[in-house]
Write a protein that binds this ligand. Structure first.
Ligand code: ADP
Ligand code: SF4
Length: 694
């Protein structure tokens, strides 16, 4: 296919100091839950991004000294850490891309749970979050040490093969940023007071890095120009701009963003593509150095707009490169319609928070590149002569059909409804979740181009009809439904319900049931559904109270970086939140609630109760077919097997297409990289046992 000439500008080479990127696609530092704990998985994932056309591929933030230990990410404390990073740079270089490393000292944000060092800060005070420690205000000697450590890390970064080294000063997560911030810096020496003084540490770290490696590497900075917290923080029309003006030509590249991490990596529910533009567009007017910025860019037209209008020189991306590592290559090859667009759900971030290899709703191969050998674009040709029936076209069924089709199997996909997408179609109609329809749209678009995949709408299948198709392999992807009896994580027996009481499920609301008056949502799901429904119901004119047995409503959203956004929105919509409370019974016109500790029984007047608690699999068809036996092989996938996230359903569909449901559960299905046992037992065995204090 021929590329549209409009997109040519995205493939211009761009210089970054002494090195040149082959194009304008720049994968910014991106946490991945693998880091140094799963190093080959991490390296292979970065290599696949380079293969997919990202001209610059960064590692996640990298600690450069043990006084800032971020347990999950890569680190470069000394030369012992080089091999892990070198594996990554090798894999990136193999495909002609530049490898980047961002040196990070997290200052007071990291509790240093491994190294046990007290966190560093400009002026002392409590550490970040809930950790029961204060920080130590660093002195001039500490700053001199920081200079030494930065130089050493920069030199080691070159030895590890990096082409670009950036200094981290963004997200309120980095010590140089804490020094710049008036909120955090109350020093009276040459590093405090005036902005010139507060910027001094960042300036010195950039200068030292340039001096050490500037002839070999591009040396840049990652900086947040606006904290989005008003005058008490850095603002782009105030000190944010001043900092860029002061340092304008010093770095070889400016990597610019805004806000804290939940703002920078905002979900599509709370922020649109390209929303950083109004904050960052001044940067190119005050520096001649290339500028990279992010904005969950997935549309090549939007990207071209950023370049042509002089906002950015590089299209920065973390999540769009996770959802589709081959995004640049698809544009280059004239296949932009094949891009698997990020939906902005932050499932990727949740796994990073859990310290596990990230997963992605759109890209089931993410983090599986090395350990399962799954490539995002290539899949093994058919290895059996099966004919395949897939029942249900939700995310599991659609992905199974797409991937089986890609393998070359003849596939029939039967869907009971008159539209495809299952829960994705329904949920994408809820407030703020419109972009989630991309999970369906990408797969439908791919399937439509496959002559070997037939789609049957309005085709509810029963066991007899499944048998009649004669297909040898059948995947049952019939999904699940929400319960209305309150049973979930907290309540294990159905709640008593009086005649005349109105109880609805999320399925009812998504099906368009109109509700009025006062609604009590019982949320024992703890993710997005409760707050999204609250929003939908307020928009319908209801007054909403949320009752939850948890101490915090929507607690899992902490991990998707949404909790603060949700709390704010609930407050704006006047949604009442009643935590640590459960439902005991539902009557006509009221719901009986009680504190989770068995106190405070209350009858709360309400017109409707919406139960957002447990779900039940639609597995009747699967069970019937399995019990019947016969020549067909029957496999349950996705929510039919057990209700979970959309990401899990997509993964299940993809896994089915890879292993045809034949994986042997007695064999671990992926490679593992284990800790290498140290041969150094000297220090331990030499303990003075004799005469040691008891
Ligand atoms: P998952 O997340 O596992 O993909 P969904 O609930 O999103 O599950 O999708 C399941 C789909 O299966 C729905 O679109 C539903 O209409 C469809 N479905 C359920 N039962 C049948 C059936 N017997 N025959 C065909 N389609 C079915
Ligand atoms: Fe985008 Fe969601 Fe995938 Fe993260 S998990 S990259 S937000 S689609």
């Amino acid at each position: 296919m021929v590329r549209d000439a409009r997109y040519d500008v995205l493939f211009d080479p761009v210089r970054i100091g002494p090195v040149t990127s082959r194009n304008r696609f720049y994968q910014t530092p991106q946490c991945n839950g693998m880091g140094r704990t799963y190093p080959t998985s991490m390296a292979a994932m970065r290599g696949v991004k380079a293969e997919g056309g990202w001209g610059v591929v960064f590692a996640e933030q990298c600690d450069f000294h043990y006084t800032s230990d971020n347990t999950r990410n890569v680190r470069l404390w000394d030369e012992q850490d080089i091999p892990i990073l070198a594996r990554m740079t090798d894999m990136v270089h193999e495909h002609g891309s530049l490898a980047g490393l961002m040196l990070a000292h997290n200052g007071f944000v990291t509790p240093n749970i491994i190294s046990r060092e007290l966190p560093y800060s400009p002026s002392g005070g409590p550490a970040f979050g809930i950790f029961p420690t204060h920080t130590r205000a660093i002195d001039r000697d500490d700053i001199k040490a920081l200079h030494r450590w930065t130089r050493a890390a920069a030199l080691n970064a070159v030895r590890a093969g990096f082409d670009i080294v950036n200094i981290y000063a963004a997200h309120d997560l980095a010590l140089p940023f804490h020094f710049i911030s008036r909120r955090h810096n109350q020093r009276s020496d040459e590093y405090g007071g005036s902005l010139e003084n507060r910027v001094r540490l960042l300036r010195e770290l950039i200068e030292i890095t340039k001096d050490a490696i500037g002839d070999k590497c591009g040396v840049g900075v990652r900086f947040s120009v606006d904290e989005l917290i008003g005058p008490k923080g850095i603002c782009c029309d105030d000190e944010g701009r001043d900092v860029v003006e002061m340092l304008a030509e010093l770095p070889d590249i400016w990597d610019i963003n805004i806000g804290s991490w939940p703002q920078d990596s905002i979900t599509s529910r709370f922020g649109e593509e390209g929303r950083q533009e109004s904050y960052v567009k001044f940067v190119k007017q005050v520096t001649t150095k290339p500028v990279v910025g992010v904005g969950r860019f997935t549309s090549p037209d939007t990207m071209v707009g950023q370049i042509k209008r002089g906002v950015l020189d590089f299209i920065g991306a973390a999540r769009p490169s996770i959802a589709d590592p081959f995004l640049p290559e698809k544009i280059r090859a004239g296949r932009p319609d094949d891009i698997r667009e990020c939906i902005g759900c932050n499932i990727c971030v949740t796994n990073n928070y859990l310290g596990a290899p990230i997963r992605c709703t759109q890209n089931p191969t993410m983090s599986e590149e090395w350990r399962r050998g799954w490539h995002p674009e290539r899949i093994e040709r058919a290895t059996t002569d099966d004919t395949v029936l897939i029942v249900g076209a939700g995310p599991a069924g659609l992905e199974a059909a797409r991937a089986m089709g890609q393998r070359g199997y003849h596939v029939m996909l039967a869907e009971a409804r008159t539209e495809l997408g299952g829960r994705v179609t329904l949920e994408s109609r809820l407030p703020g979740l419109n972009a989630w329809a991309r999970v369906r749209d990408h797969r439908v678009q791919q399937i439509q181009a496959m002559a070997n995949v037939e789609v049957f709408l309005d085709s509810r299948m029963d066991a007899h009809e499944v048998a009649e198709t004669g297909c040898s392999l059948v995947a049952i992807a019939t999904g699940s439904q929400w319960r209305t009896d309150g049973v979930g994580r907290h309540i294990r027996q159905p709640v008593p319900v009086a005649d005349g009481a109105t109880i609805l499920s999320p399925d009812d609301i998504m099906a368009g049931t109109q509700v009025s008056g006062h609604v009590v949502i019982y949320d024992d799901d703890h993710f997005y559904m409760g707050s999204v429904l609250a929003e939908a119901l307020v928009k319908q004119g209801c007054t909403v109270t949320v009752v939850t047995p948890a101490a915090q409503f929507a607690g899992f959203s902490q991990m998707s970086l949404e909790i603060g956004h949700i709390q704010r929105r609930m407050a704006e919509l006047s949604v009442e939140i009643v935590p640590l409370t459960t439902v005991e019974a539902v009557g006509e016109g009221y719901v009986t609630t009680a504190g989770v500790f068995g106190t405070d029984h209350q009858d709360r007047a309400c017109d409707t109760v919406v139960m957002v608690a447990g779900q039940i699999s639609n597995d009747a068809l699967y069970k019937e077919l399995s019990q019947r036996g016969g020549p067909q092989r029957i496999v349950a996938i996705g929510d039919c097997q057990a209700p979970a996230t959309i990401a899990s359903a997509v993964f299940a569909g993809h896994k089915f297409a890879r292993d045809l449901g034949l994986a042997d559960p007695d064999i671990v299905p992926f490679l593992r990289e284990d800790v290498e046992l140290s041969s150094n037992l000297v220090g331990w065995s030499a303990l003075p046992l004799k005469g040691a204090a008891e």
